[in-house]
Design a protein around this ligand. Structure first.
Ligand code: SF4
Length: 351
């Protein structure tokens, strides 16, 4: 049977998943449960080709319907360019309708490839790279043990953009906690304005209950932000982003409170700021009701609901009940609901 890894971006839900390496070569980020308890290994080109053969056999006459593929796992660009080209060419032989091949990569590996290598990869079929920059702040990157620097992110990102391959940069509002919120927003905006990626994908921070970051909360070195504070941080970020042709995306991740803040910065920045301000101008009671509704029962048009006095009263009763469950009870509930949506580590010894 062919292999498949544990995760892929939401935008690759309909892509053929081709595993070219196993797990993550870094695997030390404190924010990420996905590969904890696993170890990294490369796969030989022959092994990957055998998987492609097995997938082609499994799909049979349906192979001609497969138009998109995603190369797994966490850092495909760690492989030599020639091996990746060989794999993609073979993939296109066995699945001739494929016109789109995308992958994940770490900034460290992205920095090691030249513009010329990226152009070769583009010519062989690589159309998009998804990468987690998380923050433009060196302090934040160090705190979460990301193992990359703003220079890695910038150098690799600029090379990908220069080659014509589409680039998705992932960022995490709230990951700096209260103490580093402003620096996190401003440094992230500064770096993104230099890279000008095709996509800026927003992934609001949620802490896994077994993350070693829980110790940082206990000793006071990390202070959680609530929904209102995170929305204010996103506003500061958007305000400082240039009106460039980058798609600022909140709509493809359910942990983003305002999923409707989603559009191109060159044409929709003002509208996105207005939407953020619409939430920030709610009363405290309305904001809590909004969070409770969106986190507990997503898809309910929260702005309309919290402006209905009867509905607001009902929601506020629920918020009040949660508030009585100990110190910071309401925000603890919100964090618990959010963390329950994270992938699970593959070990019980992450902490
Ligand atoms: S965030 Fe990315 S680099 Fe960090 S451990 Fe997870 S998969 Fe690896």
């Amino acid at each position: 049977m062919f292999e498949q890894g544990v995760i892929r971006p939401p935008s690759e839900a309909f892509s053929l998943l081709v595993r070219v390496t196993r797990n993550c070569p870094w695997n030390r980020c404190l924010i990420c449960p996905a590969y904890k308890g696993t170890s990294f290994s490369r796969r030989s080109v022959e092994e990957v080709k055998r998987d492609i053969d097995m997938m082609a056999e499994a799909y049979g006459s349906q192979t001609s319907r497969i138009m998109s593929a995603f190369l797994q796992d966490a850092d495909t660009l760690i492989l030599p360019t020639a091996e990746l080209i060989d794999i993609m060419k073979y993939l296109k032989v066995r699945f001739p309708a494929i016109t789109r091949i995308t992958t994940y990569a770490r900034a460290k590996s992205m920095k090691k490839k030249s513009i010329d290598s990226y152009k070769q990869l583009r010519d062989a079929g690589l159309t998009r790279i998804h990468t987690g920059m998380e923050s433009g702040s060196l302090k934040v990157l160090k705190m979460i043990r990301k193992g990359i620097t703003p220079d890695d992110i910038l150098t690799g990102g600029l090379r990908v953009m220069a080659s014509g391959i589409s680039l998705s940069e992932y960022i995490i509002p709230g990951v700096g906690g209260k103490t580093m919120s402003q620096e996190h927003a401003l440094e992230t905006a500064r770096l993104l304005n230099e890279i000008r990626p095709n996509f800026i994908r927003v992934r609001t921070f949620a802490m896994h209950p077994e993350s070693p970051m829980q110790k940082m909360v206990a000793d006071g070195t990390f202070v959680h932000m609530n929904d209102e504070e995170i929305v204010a941080e996103i506003r500061l970020l958007v305000e400082n982003l240039d009106e460039m042709h980058s798609h600022f995306r909140c709509g493809d991740f359910s942990l983003n409170l305002l999923m409707q803040v989603d559009g191109f910065l060159d044409t929709q920045k003002k509208a996105m700021l207005e939407e953020l301000d619409k939430y920030l101008s709610l009363t405290s009671e309305e904001k809590q009701a909004y969070s409770f509704l969106q986190r507990s029962y997503p898809g309910q048009r929260p702005f309309d609901v919290v402006k209905d006095p009867k509905a607001l009263k009902q929601l506020s009763r629920e918020v009040e009940k949660l508030g009585k469950k100990g110190e910071d009870g309401f925000n603890k509930y919100i964090r618990m609901v959010m963390s329950s949506q994270l992938p699970q580590p593959q070990t019980d010894k992450w902490m």
